[in-house]
Structure formats: C-alpha cells, structure tokens
Design a protein around this ligand. Structure first.
Ligand SMILES: [Zn+2]
Ligand SMILES: [Zn+2]
Length: 394
C-alpha cells in the first residue's frame, strides 16, 4: 500500500480550505448563536459521507468510521467569535457589525473540515474512527463541558484527543508544542465585605468596610509574592472594587470581583483555599464579615507528555524536525479544551501564523488580527497525519 501523502492531499484542496475560512470569517457568531456556522459544518461533513449530529445546541459532532476496526481519536475545533468590531479592511472582513473572528476560530473550523475531507478520502485505509468536535461557545461559557455532558466522548469512546490554536507569536509554518502545563485555570470570584456604618467623624462606632477591603486586596497580593514559590505562576486580580455613597459616612459594604489564574490542579486548589483563608482572616481581624463566592471556570490545559511527544514525532515527519517549535513558557490565559483531557489523554498544539510581510503578527483578540492563510492547508495536513498515525499505532 502506498503511504498517504497528507501534504499533497492538503495542498490539492488549499483553495477550498481558504474559501471555507473566508466564508466563516465573513459571518462571525458569538457563543450559543452559531447557527449559520453549524449549518455550514454539518452540510460540509455530510457531503463527505461523515455522520453528524447537532450537539450542545449550536455545535456539531462528526463521526468518520474507518474501513477497518480500531480505536477512536478525537479532534476539536472551536467555532465561536468575539464581540469585537473588525478593523482589518480585508475583502472578506466581518459582515456582522460588532462581531469578529479575532481568535482564529474560523481557521480552526476550516482546517478541521479540510482534515475531514482528506481523511474521508482514505476511509478504507483507516483502522478505526475519527470524531470531529466542532465546539460552540469557547469564549464565553464552556461549550466543551456541554459537549461532554451530551456524551461526545462516548459511543464510540474517544481514546485520544487533539486540538490546535493559531498563534501569532510563532512564525508561520511552524507548529508549537509543549508537554505538561500549558494554559492556566481560571476561577472568577466575588467577595462582599460587610462592615458597620457610622458617622465619618466617629470611626470607632463602626467598622469601615473600605479600609478592611483595602487590606484584603493587599493581603491577596502579599499571598502571591510571599506564600507561593516564585517559580510557580499565580495571578490574583481584583478587577472591581465598589463601596460607599457618602463622603462623611463609614462605608458598610464593599463588593470586590476578580479572577484567579493558576497552572495545574494542585496550584489551583491551593490558591482557591488561600483566597478564602486570607479573606476570612483579614475581615475577622478587623471585626468585619465576608461572603466569598469562588467559582470554577476553565481548568486550563495540562498536555499529556506522551501524547505531546507522539504528536511531535508525527508532525516532525510531515513538516521536518526544523518546523517544530518548542513553547518555552505556559500562558496565563485559559481554554476549555483542557476539559476533554479529563476524559482522554491528548495535547493541544499551536499553529504559527506570524508573517511580518503579511502583517499577521497582531495579537489574538485584536480588531486587526489576521493569519497567513498559507498555514491553513498545513494545519489540515497536520491534523490528518496525527489522526492517521494515532489510529495505526493503537
Ligand atoms: Zn479567544
Ligand atoms: Zn481561541
């Protein structure tokens, strides 16, 4: 049997992948409203003879059954856009005022559709199945969890999970990988500090919620600098601070809201407990009370080391070892791809899109963000190769 030339297959459909990306880019949809994108994805997969089902309201789950028995590998592309007014001036710029694909999810969707086309053409040679996760609502409220809750990882059971994000900090054509801790976990919080009101000239008759809240904010920063290992990464940001209405009265209530960012589940648990302990300790010391609400948002991403090495080998064979980019540092941003990794080992790789000549070096979530489209067929080939290699070796 001839080995499959994934790059040749991908380059043969380069224009089609770029056209898909542009169609999606013209019509960005924010989380939970991705109905046009959903329809495009569904119809495209069906045209390839891939079974589809709608999932998490506005997502699509595709299943390509191989011609030979085997395990099932999953690939995820997020499909949602952002509330950002596009300023790229591109001929295929957003036609929806105030909305933009500024995080590259249009590229993720188009390249995974490209990979599906390549793999579908070789379905008889596939020893197992490929599941395509077109996930809604990554930017807002966690489409990944809703897909998992609706059984996306089962029937057939997914035994390895891969995903990618475009990255304007990595040169175009390179694929970045990182074993272990990669994206941070996020815990948003609200703290209400209850003092006792009094006349502003008689502070000893009350408990000043503003002064106590200031101590809480400072103590949380001291925790980060004095109680965590300087080589670990923890961010505690108090982003809002509201209290008081009268300049000559003691404020009786302050409301704080913020976010905790940590790397890895141990540091997450430890930091969440510390925010609670320190806040309670400080308010108690000053005779105030606190209501503390710390929520779980995305868990971050911890890439499985063996799967990361597996993907590196596979991608290295396709693109050449010199096109592998080792990501030195994790990021404190968050991503809900990590939730899939609670159910199957896997890795999240980064597709470099930076090309100064094409001005594609603008950060994600910026109104001028764009990618080097020559990268798109490469990423489709990468997905297809990793899927095929995983199936033949498991
Ligand atoms: Zn984003
Ligand atoms: Zn994103």
């Amino acid at each position: 049997m001839q080995p499959i030339d994934f790059m040749k297959d991908a380059l043969a459909i380069k224009d089609e992948i770029i056209d898909l990306r542009r169609r999606i880019h013209r019509h960005p949809e924010i989380g939970r409203t991705e109905v046009v994108t959903q329809k495009l994805v569904e119809e495209y997969l069906q045209s390839l003879g891939i079974q589809t089902r709608k999932i998490a309201d506005t997502g699509v789950l595709g299943l390509l059954e191989g011609g030979r028995p085997g395990t099932t590998v999953g690939f995820r592309a997020d499909i949602d856009a952002l509330r950002i007014e596009e300023k790229t001036g591109l001929p295929f710029a957003s036609e929806c005022p105030g909305l933009m694909h500024a995080c590259g999810h249009d590229c993720h969707t188009a390249t995974l559709l490209g990979a599906a086309k390549i793999l579908a053409a070789h379905r008889q040679e596939l020893p197992g199945n490929v599941k395509f996760f077109f996930q809604p609502d990554e930017e807002n409220d966690g489409g990944a969890q809703r897909m998992i809750d609706e059984g996306a990882m089962e029937n057939p059971k997914v035994t390895a999970m891969f995903g990618a994000h475009v990255n304007p900090e990595i040169p175009a054509g390179y694929i970045g990988t990182r074993p272990g801790k990669h994206y941070a976990a996020a815990n948003p919080f609200n703290i209400t500090i209850q003092g006792i009101g009094s006349h502003g000239a008689r502070p000893h008759k009350g408990v000043d919620a503003i002064v106590v809240a200031c101590e809480v904010v400072n103590a949380l920063q001291i925790y980060v600098s004095r109680e965590t290992n300087p080589l670990d990464s923890v961010v505690i940001t108090v982003g809002t601070f509201h209290g008081g209405a009268q300049s000559n009265a003691l404020c009786d209530e302050v409301k704080l809201a913020g976010t905790i960012r940590t790397l890895g589940p141990e540091m997450r648990q430890k930091t969440v407990a510390a925010v609670r302990r320190i806040t309670e300790g400080v308010v108690q010391a000053f005779g105030a009370k606190a209501e503390i609400d710390i929520r779980e948002s995305y868990p971050g991403i911890v890439n499985d080391p063996a799967m990361t090495e597996f993907a590196r080998q596979s991608i290295g064979q396709l693109l050449g070892q010199d096109k592998l980019f080792a990501i030195e540092q994790p990021v404190m941003g968050s991503e809900d791809f990590g939730l899939f990794l609670d159910h199957a080992p896997g890795t999240f790789y980064q597709a470099g899109v930076a090309n100064p000549e094409k001005f594609t070096v603008v950060p994600l979530h910026n109104s001028r963000f764009n990618v080097d489209e020559d990268v798109l067929p490469i990423l489709s080939a990468v997905h297809a190769k990793v899927a095929y290699d995983y199936l033949i070796s498991n």
